[in-house]
Write a protein that binds this ligand. Structure first.
Ligand code: HEC
Length: 153
C-alpha cells in the first residue's frame, strides 16, 4: 500500500463509522438495491398502508389478497375448487406455526410469501421490505386482543 493511500485510511475509517452510525431509516434509504422506504410516522399509518396493499395489485400476478380474503380478511370464504379460506381475525397470534406435513415452523412472513406466490401468483417482497412490514402490521391489527400461544397444547 502506498504512503498516499495510508494517509487516506483514517478518513475512510471515519466515513465507514459515520455510515454505520446512521439511524437505521437513513441507512436503509442509502442501501443499494432496496425499494425506496415509505416512511411511516406511526403504527396506525403502517396498518393503514397495509390495508391498502391488501387490496392492491402491488405484487403483480392475477389477484390481490382481497380477492380471496374478503371484507379485508375479516370473513372466511371458499375457493372456486371448494377449499376453505380462513378468516384472518386473530391469525397473527397463531404464528410461528408448525406445519406437520412439512415438519417445518413457518413465520407469518413466510405464510404471506406463500399466499403471494401461490394465490396471487406474484412476486413476494423481502421479509424486511416496507410492503411486508405494512402487511404484517395490518394483520396484527386484526389480532388485537387475541391470545398468543393457543397453538401450544
Ligand atoms: C387464491 C386465494 C388467496 C389469495 C390471493 C391469498 N390467500 Fe391467504 N390464504 C388462502 C388460503 C386458501 C389459505 C389457507 C390455506 C393455506 O395456507 O394455503 C390462506 C391462508 C392465509 C393465512 C394464514 C391463515 C391461518 O389461519 O393460518 C394468512 C395470514 C393469509 N392467507 C394472508 C394472505 C395475504 C396477506 C394475502 C395477500 C398478500 C393472501 N393471503 C392472498 C387463499 C388466498
Amino acid at each position: 500500500m502506498s504512503n498516499r493511500s495510508l494517509r487516506l485510511l483514517p478518513f475512510l475509517a471515519a466515513a465507514a463509522l459515520a455510515v454505520w452510525l446512521l439511524p437505521p431509516h437513513l441507512a436503509r434509504a442509502t442501501s443499494a438495491g432496496g425499494s425506496p422506504t415509505a416512511e411511516v410516522a406511526s403504527m396506525d399509518q403502517a396498518v393503514q398502508q397495509g390495508a391498502e396493499i391488501f387490496a392492491s395489485d402491488k405484487f403483480g400476478g392475477v389477484r390481490t389478497c382481497a380477492t380471496c380474503h374478503s371484507n379485508g380478511g375479516r370473513t372466511e370464504g371458499t375457493l372456486p375448487g371448494g377449499g376453505h379460506i380462513p378468516s384472518l381475525m386473530g391469525v397473527a397470534a397463531l404464528f410461528p406455526k408448525f406445519v406437520p406435513q412439512k415438519h417445518r415452523v413457518i413465520t407469518l412472513e413466510q405464510q404471506l410469501a406463500h399466499c403471494i406466490q401461490g394465490g396471487i401468483q406474484g412476486k413476494p417482497p423481502a421479509s424486511d421490505s416496507p410492503e411486508m412490514v405494512d402487511l404484517i402490521a395490518y394483520l396484527t391489527s386484526l389480532s388485537k386482543g387475541a391470545v398468543m400461544g393457543t397453538q401450544f397444547k
